[in-house]
Design a protein around this ligand. Structure first.
Ligand code: SF4
Ligand code: SF4
Length: 70
């Protein structure tokens, strides 16, 4: 099931502390909202440390590049 774009999930998203996160205003919660409009340097993806990743049984990484979780 698709990840819900809710304020609860937004608060749990840890993208902003990820080394690959593009600084500046960016939508985060990429697993629900889709990829970033910015260029992402893929340093590391910290999604497996995020509660949303576990709660939704996700397995993918780099949603900021690859788009929404299926
Ligand atoms: S799984 Fe990744 S993109 Fe989705 S809420 Fe967590 S940190 Fe953000
Ligand atoms: S989706 Fe993964 S790589 Fe992209 S900013 Fe979030 S934690 Fe980092």
């Amino acid at each position: 099931m698709a990840v819900a774009d809710t304020s609860e999930n937004l608060q749990k998203c840890i993208c902003m502390s990820c080394p690959s996160y593009p600084r500046g205003a960016d939508p985060i919660l990429y697993c629900a909202r889709g990829e970033s409009p910015k260029h992402i340097e893929q340093v590391r993806c910290t999604c497996p440390g995020c509660p949303v990743w576990h709660e939704n049984d996700l397995s993918g990484l780099y949603f900021c590049v690859n788009g929404k979780a299926p």
